[in-house]
Structure formats: C-alpha cells, structure tokens
Write a protein that binds this ligand. Structure first.
Ligand code: RB5
Length: 147
C-alpha cells in the first residue's frame, strides 16, 4: 500500500514518527512535507495530500497539523476525499469499516507517540465492510458529483 504523508509545522514531529513506523512496516511512503518546524499553512498540505489520493497516485493519505482539524477540513475539500480526524483507536477502525475513509487526520499536539501509532496501525489494517455502508457513501458521492 502506498501512503501519502503531509503535515504543517504543528504536525511535523508526529509525521516523522509515523513515516518511520510505516516505512519499517513495509509501506511505500510519499512524503509531501513539511520538512521542518518552520511555520507553514496547513491547507497547502491537506489539499496536496487529498489530491494525491483522489488522483490515485497513492492508495491513502495521513495528514497531521497541531489539532488535526484544519488539515482535515482542507483534505475534505478535495473531491472524492473522505478524511477522518481520529484520536482514538475505535474511531480509526470504525471509519475504515463504515466510512471507507481514504485519509486519516491526527493532531500532533493532541496525541502522544504511542497512541498515534496505534491509531495508524488500526486505520491502515482495517477494511471497509461495504453493504449498507456503501449505500451511505454513495449518497455523499452523488451529492459531490452534483456540486
Ligand atoms: C498552527 O499553529 C495550527 O493552527 C495548525 O497546526 C492546526 O492546529 C490548525 O487547525
């Protein structure tokens, strides 16, 4: 699985931790930055990650800012993106199973290293259940296509 990672300065440290973890696990990573803690604008990174996922260049994306909120809002503006902000393992599993989320967002100033990696593990390893959940996602896609 190929995964795009992107963060602003508030998520930089956690992005590096996530990159190291996923690389060790054998995932192919596209690191879209940021590459240090200099102040940047989270929409630039959320949108970039969303575009890479939506265009099929990568299978999924993980985006991180200070709270995870700004960068998740940004990623969700890209057509076809279902970005879920998760700060617990249960939500990470459920958003794959029920929402088929293709981007995960976290806040680097909200979760610590160990919890963040448990969330990432749950999210990358969980599958979409389909069925009635697919019907609900189709309604979102239908709305998106009308806009
Ligand atoms: C940057 O200071 C901070 O606003 C950003 O990382 C994020 O938390 C926005 O939602």
């Amino acid at each position: 699985m190929k995964i795009a990672l992107a963060s602003d300065h508030g998520g930089f440290e956690l992005k590096e931790i996530v990159r190291e973890y996923l690389t060790e696990k054998g995932y192919e990573i596209m690191d879209l930055g940021t590459y240090n803690t200099d102040s940047v604008d989270y929409p630039d990174y959320g949108l970039k990650a969303g575009q890479e996922v939506a265009s099929g260049n990568v299978d999924r994306g993980i985006v991180i800012c200070g709270t995870g909120i700004g960068i998740s809002i940004s990623a969700n503006k890209v057509k076809g993106i279902r970005c879920a902000l998760c700060h617990d393992v249960y939500s990470a599993e459920m958003t794959r199973a029920h929402n088929d989320s293709n981007v995960l967002a976290m806040g680097g100033r909200v979760v610590g290293r160990d919890l963040a990696l448990r969330i990432v593990k749950a999210w990358v390893e969980s599958d979409f259940e389909g069925g009635r959940h697919a019907r609900r996602i189709d309604k979102i896609t239908e709305y998106e296509n009308k806009c």
